[in-house]
Design a binder for this molecule. Sequence first.
Ligand code: NAD
Length: 447
Amino acid sequence: MSTALVDDIKEIKEDNPFESMMSRFDRAAQLLNLDSDLYAVMRVPNRELKVYIPTRMDSGRIQVFEGFRVQHNFARGPAKGGIRYSPDVNIDEIRALAAWMTWKCAVVNVPFGGAKGGVICDPQQMSLGELERMTRRYAAELVDFIGPEKDVPAPDMNTNEQTMAWIMDTYSMHARHTVTSVVTGKPLELGGSAGRREATGRGVLFVIREAAKKIGLSLKGSKVVVQGFGNVGSVAADLLVKDGALIVGVSDVKGGIANPKGLDLPALMVHVAEKKTVAGFPGGTPVEGKKILEVPCDILIPAALENQITHVNASRLSARIIAEGANGPTTHQADKILNKAGVMVIPDILANSGGVTVSYFEWVQDRQGYFWREDEVNERLDRMDATLTSHTKLLAAENVVDEVIEVARLHGVEVLIIKHRQDLLAQYAGIAAIQYAVLEAAAVGGQ
Ligand code: NAD
């Protein structure tokens, strides 16, 4: 493959999520000596749609919102990925998130490609009626683009079960029959899956348990900081407390709080239910913005948004394990610093893959019209581990272990590698995913 392209890695802009994601892909492609034709295909999204969404606001005026849907790759099946609402949404971010979905679906070996969508809006400033009208119009614009066999959206930042219900209903109105499998993350009554709401946080717990075992850290009494207290962060925190961990810091978009002795999580949940923010919780001291990441802890879970751990703050973090609940919270430059410091970073495409795994279960259940109990869903989620183990065996058999190790090291897992070189762990799945996706693409492309 072209070395010129790989040399570009040095030039990447740290705050551009697409470039940040691509720098990892480029490195992996270089180490795999990826065929340059395949590289050219995988490096860009398959399709991008931009839509303008006229929405009647409560004032009676029309506001036109801008939205996107990017489908990165279909080689392994229908594209899959969330929809986010935020004033910061932009096409580069959505492109990066779509590609991450391709790698992530390959990591857990679910038969999907990658996609992502977003609308530039500030949901905190919108009424429920405005959100519904905007969502339905956005869904109507996507009708030809999405579908159970084409592209299956799910919730992401600032979207939830209700959003998915509106999209499903709008799509079904156009199809003239109910199509539950067009989205995942729906309410249970509308064909959702038991356990989906908790799935991403539960997956974060699973990988943290494995990582802690590997470095001899007991979860009981370990100190955890969580940035972002939404679906992913709050569920992960709750489950970690049940494993005996202390949550010593949490934050959301409005502020943060810390308490080295551990926050009273049930009381915090009540506070959040009432005030819609962790800020102002009386059981801790306030922490401003990104400073939450620097609160002393053993385990850090960035579960808010991209580019939170950068070359500026990476050396100030104390965590031994960073589990990337959010997509792309650690920049390429920060990875290198964390790697040198011996911090184990569990990459997003593995750490938060519990969500897409149970989304896959939901899609399967909808298509069968046969629904599983929650314990059946959670038992099947456990199988994620087995899939990852088989990926690493595949890689070992293909004699690419050293390359895998190299990429894993770039992603900050050097300590693990040195100690457990023979025991390839799921952390290396980033490269496995890329290889897997690439193999599939090769098969489809007849190469
Ligand atoms: P959410 O909307 O439920 O929660 C997001 C949380 O992050 C909120 O508490 C919000 O206040 C907080 N936040 C936003 N901006 C912040 C900032 N600047 N500083 C601190 N906190 C901030 O969203 P979610 O579904 O929990 O998703 C969070 C992240 O996890 C996103 O990156 C998303 O892509 C990723 N993710 C989510 C899922 C899922 O199943 N929900 C699956 C995989 C990955």
